[in-house]
Design a protein around this ligand. Structure first.
Ligand SMILES: Cc1cc2ncn([C@H]3O[C@H](COP(=O)(O)O)[C@@H](O)[C@H]3O)c2cc1C
Ligand SMILES: O=C(O)c1cccnc1
Length: 341
């Protein structure tokens, strides 16, 4: 799906969000009818059962399948990193992109283990977005164009999209988005990211407070929050989530940073993220508070705080298992197993 950029590009994005397709109720009914005939006590597969219903609803398929799961990692750099808000230098973003290409990162091993495709989308790494403590990350056209780039990334025929990111400094940017959307104190939304010490954490809190102080009335508009205190990978992930909905591709987002894209969309319209599952609850402290606001329960809680899509990839393995179990199990009739008396 391509987006013709008009004079008011955010209006195009708003219009797309307002026209998103809903769930396929017939497909969900078909899953429930088949589930009731499978050789197991009703409800005994717990959340795996609702995962299959979720897949059916958003793939619009009565028998959902996960044959082409794809992990998309969105990579970007952030001017705010120069404020000492990360334990690592910004050069690590590009170095990790090379590591993804060489197959050496954590996410590569998970893709091998679970048979997931992997795409890495670089967003002008050599030109970081401006330092959000003193300037907007984007102008409106630039933000809309980055969202549109994220939309294009979904083309290519995945049936499950796993969304991750790489960008030194981006836990600060995500925290600024949450503080902008949800208020409270900057300290409520910051964590240690890659492992900053107490001074680094204080610099992060100050950076988030300064960025959000510039927002003023802009706080009322989620796209303005994204434009002013966001970053390229988060804007592109917003686009990927929108396009996936139109393409009938359910999405699993990763941890603290990727969830910021879902939070922007959710603030525009809570139903806009109904096709989005949160793969895991990150150990980055504020993720739990974000999930409460989104009304979502993460599938896993393993103490991960890496990013790259790793928590979402682990969740994708469970979603694959849920779909395969539902599609492959015998019914009571087929197996000659007696039903509940
Ligand atoms: C070697 C390395 C690999 C990573 N993979 C993901 N991240 C994660 O850490 C970064 C965010 O943390 P902060 O805001 O503290 O910079 C992001 O790039 C994220 O994906 C990594 C970070 C490092 C250092
Ligand atoms: O949960 C995340 O997304 C995360 C946490 C720490 C560092 N980078 C990413």
């Amino acid at each position: 799906m391509s987006l013709a950029l008009s004079a008011l590009p955010f209006d195009d994005i708003r219009s797309l969000v307002s026209r998103m397709p809903g769930p396929d109720a017939d497909a969900v009914d078909a899953v429930r009818r088949r589930d009731a005939r499978l050789t197991k006590p009703a409800g005994s597969l717990g959340r795996l059962e609702t995962l299959v219903e979720w897949l059916a609803a958003w793939q619009a398929r009565p028998t959902p399948r996960v044959d082409r799961p794809v992990v998309s990692i969105f990579a970007a750099n952030h001017g705010v990193a120069a404020r000492g808000v990360s334990a690592f230098p910004p050069s690590v973003t590009e170095q990790m992109v090379a590591n993804f290409a060489a197959g050496g990162a954590a996410i590569n091993q998970m893709c091998v283990a679970f048979d997931l495709g992997l795409k890495v989308l670089e967003l002008a790494l050599e030109v970081p977005t401006p330092d959000i403590t003193v300037a907007d990350a984007f102008d409106e056209a630039g933000c809309a164009a980055t969202i549109a780039f994220g939309m294009e990334s979904v083309a290519g025929g995945a049936d499950l999209l796993i969304v991750g990111e790489m960008g030194i400094g981006n836990t600060t940017v995500a925290a600024a988005i949450y503080h902008g959307l949800y208020g409270g104190d900057a300290a409520d939304w910051v964590g240690r990211g890659t492992g900053v010490d107490d001074e680094g954490l204080a610099r992060k809190r100050d950076a988030v407070a300064a960025a959000v102080a510039r927002l003023g009335e802009g706080r009322r508009d989620p796209l303005e929050v994204l434009r002013r205190v966001g970053g390229r990978e988060i804007a592109a992930m917003v686009g990927a989530l929108i396009a996936a909905r139109f393409e009938h591709v359910p999405v699993i987002v990763d941890g603290f940073v990727a969830t910021a894209a879902a939070a922007v969309l959710h603030a525009m319209d809570p139903a806009a993220v109904d096709h989005v599952l949160v793969g895991h609850r990150s150990a980055e402290g504020a993720h739990g508070a974000v999930l409460e606001r989104l009304g979502k329960t993460a599938l896993l809680d393993l103490g991960l705080r890496l990013g790259e899509g790793t928590g979402a990839a682990l969740a994708a393995a469970l979603v694959k298992a849920a779909a395969a179990t539902h599609a492959g199990m015998a019914t009571f009739d087929q197996a000659g197993v007696a039903e509940k008396g």
